[in-house]
Write a protein that binds this ligand. Structure first.
Ligand SMILES: *Cc1c(COP(=O)(O)O)cnc(C)c1O
Length: 394
C-alpha cells in the first residue's frame, strides 16, 4: 500500500480532488467522520494492519487474483487482452477487498459493531461475510422494495448472521437505506463503524476505499512485465475502477478508461451515465457530479445492472474526468448483455452485468496489434443469471 504521494490526482489536505470531494456532513456526524479522518492513514500504514490485511487477502479472499491472458477475446479485437480476475475473489467480486479492509480499520478504532447500507445487496453480502469472519455484529439497512427484489442476497446476509433492517420511508430503496444507516451511526458513535461500499461518501471514505482496492493495480504491476497500454473498468461509484487505475495514475502513457452505464441510451432519460450528463452537486456528503434536474432534484437513474444504477460518482473520478486523466464512456443495457454472452462463449467466463459494460466498450475502441489491454473483470455473473435468462432467451 503506498503512502501519501504528492499527485495531482490524489486527495488534498482538505479532502478535495480539485473541485470535488469534501465532507458535507451534518454536525451530528462530525465526531465519527473526524475520528476516521485523523486515524485512517496511520492505521492503513501500520505493520499490524498490513500484516492482517495481506494475510486475509491471501488466505481468505484468494489473492493474488490471476491476470489471465484471454486469447480468443484478444483475437476478436486484434490485440492482446488480459483479464484481471476479481470475479475469482471469495464472494465473487472486488467488494470483499474493501469490506475486509474497513472491518480491520474498525477494529483498530475499537469498534465492535458494523453497519452498512446496500441497494442490490452485493455490498451487504460482502460486509456480512467479513463480519462473520471477524466475529463482529452486523446490521445492514436495505430499502423495503429492494428487500423484495433481491431476495437471494437478503437470504445470504441472514445466513451469514447479519440483521437486515428494512428502510420503509420514501421510495424504499438505497437512498432511504442510507438515511437509516446514518441515523443509526449518529445514535451509536462509540461502538459502531459505518462501512461504505464504493469510493463515494464524505472524505476520507473515497481515499480509504481507493487505497484498499489499490491492491488490484498493485498486483497488475507485479504480474505484467512492463506497463499496459490501456486499463478498462466499469464505473458505478467507482471502487473497482480506481483500484485498477490507482498505481498507474502517474504513468501518463497508460490510457485509463472508465465505463458508465448508459441504460437505454445517454439521451433516453433512462440512464446512469453520471459523468456524461451530471452536474455539480452534493450527494452522499460529497461534492461530485450528480444526475439531477436544474433545481437540484436527484434524477432516478436506470441501468440493467444494479451495481451501476447510481445517480452519483466518486469525487476522484469526477476530478480525473475534469483534468482528462481518465477517459469515460458509456455502454447501453443491450450492448452489455451482448458483451456478457460474447465473453462467456469466447473464454468460458460468465461476467457480472456490471463488468460486461467494460467489455462492451472494447467494441468502441481502436487497438493496435502491439497494445496490451487490461480489463478489470470486477465480478462473476451468477447473480445475474435471471437477467441473462430473460434478455438473452436462454
Ligand atoms: C458493485 C459492483 C460494481 C460497481 O461498483 P464500483 O464501486 O463502481 O466498483 C462493479 N462490478 C461488480 C461486479 C459489482 O458488484
Amino acid at each position: 500500500m503506498s503512502t501519501t504521494v504528492l499527485s495531482p490526482f490524489q486527495v488534498d489536505q482538505k479532502g478535495f480532488y480539485g473541485d470535488f470531494g469534501g465532507a458535507f456532513i451534518p454536525e451530528m456526524l462530525h465526531g465519527n467522520v473526524e475520528e476516521l479522518r485523523q486515524r485512517y492513514l496511520g492505521i492503513l500504514a501500520s505493520e499490524s494492519f498490513r500484516n492482517q490485511f495481506n494475510e486475509l487477502l491471501h488466505q481468505y479472499v484468494g489473492r493474488p487474483t490471476p491476470l489471465y491472458l484471454a486469447p480468443r477475446l484478444g483475437a476478436h479485437h486484434g490485440t492482446t487482452i488480459y483479464l484481471k480476475r476479481e470475479d475469482l475473489c471469495h464472494t465473487g467480486a472486488h467488494k470483499i477487498n474493501n469490506a475486509l479492509g474497513q472491518l480491520l480499520v474498525a477494529r483498530e478504532l475499537g469498534k465492535t459493531r458494523i453497519i452498512a447500507e446496500t441497494g442490490a445487496g452485493q455490498h451487504g453480502v460482502a460486509t456480512a461475510t467479513a463480519c462473520a469472519l471477524l466475529g463482529m455484529e452486523c446490521v445492514v439497512y436495505m430499502g423495503a422494495r429492494d428487500i423484495q427484489r433481491q431476495a437471494p442476497n437478503v437470504a445470504r446476509m441472514r445466513m451469514l448472521g447479519a440483521r437486515v433492517e428494512p428502510a420503509t420511508s420514501g421510495s424504499q430503496t438505497l437512498k432511504d437505506a442510507t438515511n437509516e444507516a446514518i441515523r443509526d451511526w449518529i445514535n451509536h458513535p462509540e461502538t459502531t463503524h459505518y462501512i461504505i461500499g464504493s469510493a463515494v461518501g464524505p472524505h476520507p471514505y473515497p481515499d480509504m476505499v481507493a487505497r484498499l482496492q489499490a491492491i488490484i493495480s498493485a498486483e497488475i504491476r507485479q504480474q505484467l512485465d512492463g506497463l499496459p497500454t490501456h486499463i478498462v473498468a466499469c464505473v458505478g461509484g467507482g471502487s473497482n475502477a480506481i483500484g485498477a487505475f490507482y498505481h498507474f495514475l502517474d504513468e501518463p502513457e497508460v490510457q485509463l478508461v472508465g465505463v458508465e452505464a448508459a441504460g437505454l441510451g445517454v439521451d433516453s432519460g433512462k440512464t446512469a451515465a453520471t459523468l456524461a450528463l451530471g452536474t455539480q452537486g452534493v450527494l452522499h456528503a460529497s461534492l461530485t457530479k450528480v444526475l439531477q434536474t436544474a433545481d437540484g432534484q436527484v434524477v432516478e437513474p436506470h441501468s440493467i445492472s444494479a451495481g451501476l444504477d447510481y445517480p452519483g460518482i466518486g469525487p476522484q473520478h469526477a476530478h480525473l474526468e475534469a483534468v482528462k486523466r481518465v477517459h469515460y464512456g458509456g455502454v447501453t443495457d443491450q450492448e452489455a448483455l451482448d458483451a456478457a454472452r460474447q465473453l462467456s462463449q469466447l473464454e468460458g467466463i460468465i461476467p457480472a452485468l456490471e463488468t460486461a459494460h467494460a467489455l462492451a466498450y472494447l467494441e468502441k475502441m481502436n487497438f493496435r496489434r502491439e497494445d496490451r489491454v487490461v480489463i478489470n473483470l470486477s465480478g462473476r455473473g451468477d447473480k445475474d443469471l435471471d437477467t441473462y435468462m430473460q434478455h438473452l432467451a436462454l
